[in-house]
Design a protein around this ligand. Structure first.
Ligand code: GLU
Ligand code: ZN
Length: 295
C-alpha cells in the first residue's frame, strides 16, 4: 500500500536517554509510516527544562540515527513554540473555558488524581496560579488500531486538567495537541502509557476545531516488577553496536516475525525487511510486556 498523505511522528521528552521501551515506540511509528511510503517526523518535547537531562536531546537524535530511524525534514522543538501555546491559552481563558487554580498539592490529596473543581468559579487571578481547562460531564471515546475501543468519562475520571502549570510551563496535553495538528500528523503511534491521556486530547481537538488523528498504542516495555523502564539519568544510551540486536528484540516485542540470519545484518537491512513485512494486526493487544520475556 502507498499512502503519501500519511504523516507520523516520534515525540521524545529529553528527560533521559532513549531506553528500550522508547525504541519500541519509535520503531513502531517509523515502520507504520515507512510501510505506506508516508512521512515520519521527530519532535523534541522540550517544554520542561527542570526535568531535562543534560545532553539527552543530542543523544536521542544520535541513537535514532545510528539505529537507522531516519526522519524527514527538520526536528521541531517545542521550546520554540511558546507563542502558539500562549495564544490558544489566552483564547480558552477569554472564552471562559480555562480558569486559574491556586490549589496546593496538599489540598488535592485524597481525590485520587481527579480534580474536584475547587477553583472553578473562584475567579482567581492568573498570577502565580495554574491554568486548568474545564471538562464536560461526558464520555470521550475512540477506536485504537490495536487496543480497540477505549473510553473515559472526563468529568468523573479526570476532572478539569492543567494546561499551564503554576511555574508558567505549558502542559504536555496542550502542546502535543497543538503541534500534532500544526504538523499535519495523521497517525499517532506511541506507548500504551498514553492511552488514558488520549480522551483529554480528543476533547482539546474538538474544542479547537482540529482534525482527529488515528491512534495506535503499542505495549509498554516494563521491568519484571511491572514498573516502567527507567528514563533516569543513569540509564546509559542504547549502544550503537547493539543496534541490530536491539532492533530485532524490539520487533519481537511488536509481535513481528524476524528471520534467522538477520542478526548478521546492518540496522538498515533489518529495517528495510521489517517495513516490507510490517503487520499492525499481529501486534500484541496488551498494555505492557515485561522486557525479560523478549531476551
Ligand atoms: N513526549 C511524550 C513522551 O515521551 C510522548 C508524546 C506522544 O507521543 O504523544 O512520553
Ligand atoms: Zn484549584
Amino acid at each position: 500500500m502507498n499512502d503519501s498523505s500519511y504523516i507520523g511522528r516520534f515525540a521524545p521528552t529529553p528527560s533521559g536517554y532513549l531506553h528500550f521501551g522508547s525504541l519500541v515506540a519509535a520503531l513502531a511509528s517509523w515502520l507504520d509510516a515507512r510501510a505506506v511510503g508516508g512521512t515520519w517526523l521527530v519532535r523534541m518535547e522540550d517544554i520542561d527544562p527542570p526535568r531535562e537531562a543534560p545532553g539527552a536531546q543530542a543523544a536521542i537524535l544520535n541513537t535514532l540515527e545510528s539505529y537507522g530511524l531516519e526522519w524527514d525534514g527538520e526536528v521541531v522543538y517545542q521550546s520554540l513554540r511558546h507563542e502558539a501555546y500562549a495564544e490558544v491559552l489566552e483564547r480558552l481563558f477569554r472564552q471562559g473555558l480555562a480558569y486559574a487554580c491556586t490549589c496546593s498539592r496538599k489540598q488535592l490529596e485524597g481525590y485520587n488524581g481527579v480534580y474536584p473543581g475547587l477553583c472553578r468559579n473562584a475567579g482567581h487571578s492568573r498570577e502565580n496560579a495554574a491554568i486548568r481547562l474545564r471538562v464536560p460531564e461526558l464520555v470521550y471515546h475512540f477506536d485504537d488500531r490495536v487496543q480497540g475501543h477505549f473510553q473515559q468519562h472526563l468529568g468523573r475520571e479526570v476532572g478539569d486538567f492543567v494546561i499551564r502549570r503554576r511555574d508558567g510551563l505549558y502542559a504536555y496535553q496542550l502542546a502535543v495537541v497543538l503541534d500534532d495538528a500544526w504538523q499535519g500528523v495523521t497517525d499517532i503511534v506511541r506507548g500504551a502509557d498514553l492511552l488514558d491521556n488520549t480522551p483529554r486530547q480528543l476533547y482539546l481537538q474538538e474544542l479547537l476545531g482540529l482534525a482527529q488523528p488515528r491512534y495506535l498504542h503499542v505495549p509498554l516495555i516494563v521491568q519484571p516488577d511491572g514498573h516502567k523502564l527507567g528514563k533516569s539519568y543513569r540509564s546509559p544510551p542504547l549502544a550503537a553496536d547493539q543496534a541490530t540486536a536491539l532492533l530485532l528484540r524490539a520487533l519481537r516485542a511488536l509481535g513481528q516475525t524476524t528471520e534467522a540470519g538477520m542478526e548478521q545484518g546492518t540496522p538498515a537491512e533489518v529495517l528495510a525487511h521489517a517495513a516490507l513485512h510490517w503487520n499492525p494486526d499481529i501486534l500484541p493487544r496488551r498494555l505492557s510486556v515485561p522486557e525479560a520475556d523478549l531476551r
